[in-house]
Design a protein around this ligand. Structure first.
Ligand SMILES: CC(C)(COP(=O)(O)OP(=O)(O)OC[C@H]1O[C@@H](n2cnc3c(N)ncnc32)[C@H](O)[C@@H]1OP(=O)(O)O)[C@@H](O)C(=O)NCCC(=O)NCCS
Length: 164
């Protein structure tokens, strides 16, 4: 006899200051490898980092949820008018299942609605997953030595196919 599992939907929303603890808990749960790729080095002071991201109201933080569990966070840090820097992480046991792609699509769609024009991301040349995602969204990728910079022109990207 098979027991049907309830289907728990992936949902997205903007996170606010009162979600800080959820975000810090997610960061604290990460493997060293994910921390390394996310911060391009070893880093542990998540409380201070998250506090500083939420403290600037121009920054926009997006969360991906499965039920009540926060499984991914994307920070769009304000750089200048219409221009944001993106950083993203998905919980280790949820990586490689398409959630990162959908979270980037959700963020791009929302940033476009707010009038943003450019999104920038920095990574290392061995971060195949984020580079694969960057190509999906037609980012212009330039790698030099240990760093790759991707520029997304939000005015020309259509993310509709990734939203559902
Ligand atoms: C990078 C990250 C956010 C991606 O999210 P994710 O949910 O794991 O990614 P997805 O499943 O949506 O997509 C991953 C893509 O990488 C591709 N990929 C995986 N390994 C790959 C490899 N070795 N070579 C090429 N492509 C690869 C997958 O095929 C997939 O593309 P597809 O959907 O076309 O098949 C997530 O893996 C993560 O949190 N990593 C640690 C932190 C980090 O690296 N952050 C980014 C820098 S700020």
């Amino acid at each position: 006899m098979s027991i049907a599992k309830p289907l728990v939907k992936l949902e997205f929303r903007e996170l606010k200051g009162n979600d800080s603890k959820l975000v810090i808990d997610l960061y604290n749960s990460l493997s060293n490898e994910s921390i390394y790729y996310r911060f391009r080095g070893f880093f542990k002071d998540f409380e201070r980092y998250i506090g500083s991201v939420f403290s600037d109201p121009r920054n926009i933080i997006y969360g991906a949820f499965i039920g009540n569990e926060l499984v991914g966070v994307l920070e769009a840090v304000y750089l200048s008018d219409g221009c944001y820097e993106m950083a993203i992480v998905i919980k280790d046991n949820h990586q490689g299942k398409g959630i990162g792609t959908k979270l980037v699509a959700y963020a791009i769609n929302d940033l476009k609605k707010r009038g943003a024009k450019t999104l920038i991301a920095h990574t290392t040349p061995d971060n195949y997953r984020i580079l694969a995602i960057s190509r999906k969204f037609h980012g212009i990728i330039k790698c030099m030595y240990e760093e790759c910079t991707t520029i997304f022109n939000l005015q020309t990207i259509n993310v509709d196919q990734f939203l559902n």
